[in-house]
Design a protein around this ligand. Structure first.
Ligand SMILES: Cc1cc2nc3c(=O)[nH]c(=O)nc-3n(C[C@H](O)[C@H](O)[C@H](O)COP(=O)(O)OP(=O)(O)OC[C@H]3O[C@@H](n4cnc5c(N)ncnc54)[C@H](O)[C@@H]3O)c2cc1C
Length: 474
């Protein structure tokens, strides 16, 4: 896709001039008031650290398993403020960052993983319905769109394979894909009619938080856990203005996890991903897209965009630049990145020239917990009293609920279908230590960009990493 630079097209800069530097999802009058921070010392059967999807589902499912359990949740800011409230809202059944990655990493147990993933998605829908969570959850399926012929190499085999695993998948020609979503640059694509829902992620997080509170989970916001230490038969968390002594601890702190559990830093790196949101489209602008099924979509390059409609007919447009700041820094300043926003806006108008003149209302970034196998890993520490889940990479909206069940199984010492999975028992290939880590990641990003310019051909560097099972993605 050829894109003008911002300098060549002042209208692109103008489209961003009024954009608020905040997640559209979180920037809502419906955001709940924070609950008070922890003050003083307390005890709990289970302490959950992190108020993103991992932590919220862990606390809620713990109460479902045992309503009498005394559960505390500690969140350093407010529930959902990090990746869980900043993402694209694609809620996939896949636990493996897509079928192709699952086939590559866990071929022998993929049928089981797909079944567990489908059950997980339908249980997410059931909880949303039972709790009355108003988060615009819609089982739309999704589209993969090709903007260059090489992106369709092997697509027929991919569709056949997807059908074997229960996907209602169809290979579409240019006319077929443009009937789903109209862009002059599409040359074909794949429609998956099932196994994916679209959701408003912040409203989902807030709804889960409300459900936790209603079940008696004691939630403390603005309560960053500073340390975890062993004390007798339990663990003590120093947090906020107090401490929690708990029998068991579940860590759901995503990309921030290495601060509390150093070893996790071997397997996870913080990768920044950026998103734009348009103002609501007019009826004629919406008609020009023909996006009647409202399926979320992504393009099929190695560096890909994802895009979708919101309830009020805005277009969310994110991805492409997956940025690792050397040394793995996570400063909040990185949540805005004008260069990336300009590039994203230029790409947007190249794909949808009929939307010329549309403005962006929001532009933001968020941190992804990327690991080299692009799908979650799990473990325990402190003699099994603490369990952790991280590494969802860019597909954790749905999979975090599955991860929460794994955490609870691990903390119970239970032998389950989930804990027997090699996905749960194995770890990703570790990233090398800094400064080699930065060099490897930046070389990989450059090679990926080169592959997209070179009809998808993977160079020697990428082929070597493929063989080592070491990847980089958002
Ligand atoms: C821009 C972007 C787009 C994405 N798009 C999609 C998508 O469309 N579909 C999809 O499936 N996935 C997507 N993802 C990934 C998805 O958002 C994550 O996989 C998921 O939200 C991870 O949830 P989590 O609870 O593990 O982590 P987080 O949401 O990051 O939550 C971790 C929480 O822990 C808290 N915390 C950290 N340290 C401490 C501490 N010491 N004490 C107390 N609390 C602490 C943090 O404040 C935070 O609230 C996207 C991510 C980003 C950033």
């Amino acid at each position: 896709m050829r894109t003008p630079t911002a300098a060549q097209s002042p209208s692109i800069a103008r489209s961003l001039a009024e954009a608020r530097p905040a997640s559209f999802w979180l920037d809502s009058p419906d955001a709940p008031e924070p609950v008070p921070a922890l003050a003083g010392d307390t005890t709990a059967d289970l302490a959950v650290v992190g108020g993103g999807f991992t932590g919220l589902w862990t606390a809620l499912l713990a109460k479902e398993r045992d309503p009498a359990a005394d559960v505390v949740l500690l969140e350093s800011k407010t529930a959902g403020h990090a990746a869980s409230g900043r993402n694209g809202g694609f809620c996939s059944a896949s636990l493996t960052h897509g079928l192709a990655n699952g086939l590559e990493r866990f071929p022998r147990e993929l049928a089981l993983l797909e079944r567990l993933g489908e059950e997980n998605l339908s249980e997410i829908g059931a909880t949303i319905a039972a709790e009355g969570i108003d988060c615009d959850f819609q089982l739309t399926g999704e589209l993969s769109v090709a903007t260059a012929a090489w992106q369709l190499d092997g697509a027929a085999q991919d569709v056949a394979k997807a059908r074997e695993f229960g996907y209602e998948a169809d290979l579409l020609d240019a006319g077929g894909i443009r009937a789903e979503l109209n862009s002059p640059v599409y040359v074909g694509g794949i429609r998956h009619a099932n196994k994916n829902a679209m959701v408003d992620p912040a409203r989902l997080a807030w709804g889960l938080r409300r459900a936790c509170l209603a079940r008696g989970v004691r939630v403390y916001e603005n309560s960053r856990v500073r340390s975890v230490s062993e004390a007798g038969s339990g663990l003590v968390l120093q947090a906020g203005y107090g401490a929690v002594r708990a029998g068991r601890v579940a860590l759901g702190t995503g990309a921030f996890m290495p601060a509390l559990l150093r070893r996790v830093g071997n397997w996870v790196v913080p990768v920044w991903d950026y998103v734009l949101m348009t103002e609501p489209l007019s009826p004629s602008q919406l008609d020009s897209l023909g996006w009647t099924h409202r399926r979320g979509a992504s393009d099929m390059g190695n560096q890909f965009h994802y895009f979708r409609l919101t309830r009020d007919n805005r277009v969310l447009w994110g991805g492409y630049d997956a940025v690792y700041y050397n040394g793995g820094r996570r400063a909040d300043d990185y949540a805005t990145s004008p260069d990336t926003f300009l590039k994203l806006a230029a790409h947007f108008f190249a794909m949808f020239p009929q939307l010329e003149g549309v403005r962006f209302s929001h532009a933001w970034g968020g941190v992804i917990d990327t690991c080299s196998r692009f799908s979650a890993f799990f473990g325990t520490a402190h003699r099994g009293r603490l369990a952790y889940a991280a590494g969802y990479t860019g597909l954790g909206v749905g999979a975090t609920r599955f991860g929460a069940n794994v955490l609870l199984d691990l903390l119970a010492g239970a032998d389950t279908e989930r804990t027997r999975l090699s996905m749960v028992r194995s770890k990703p290939v570790p990233f090398p230590p800094e400064p080699l880590r930065s060099a490897v990641i930046q070389a990989t990003r450059a090679s990926i960009a080169r592959a997209d310019r070179n009809e998808g051909k993977r160079d020697l560097w990428l082929r070597t990493l493929d063989r080592l099972g070491l990847g980089f993605d958002s």
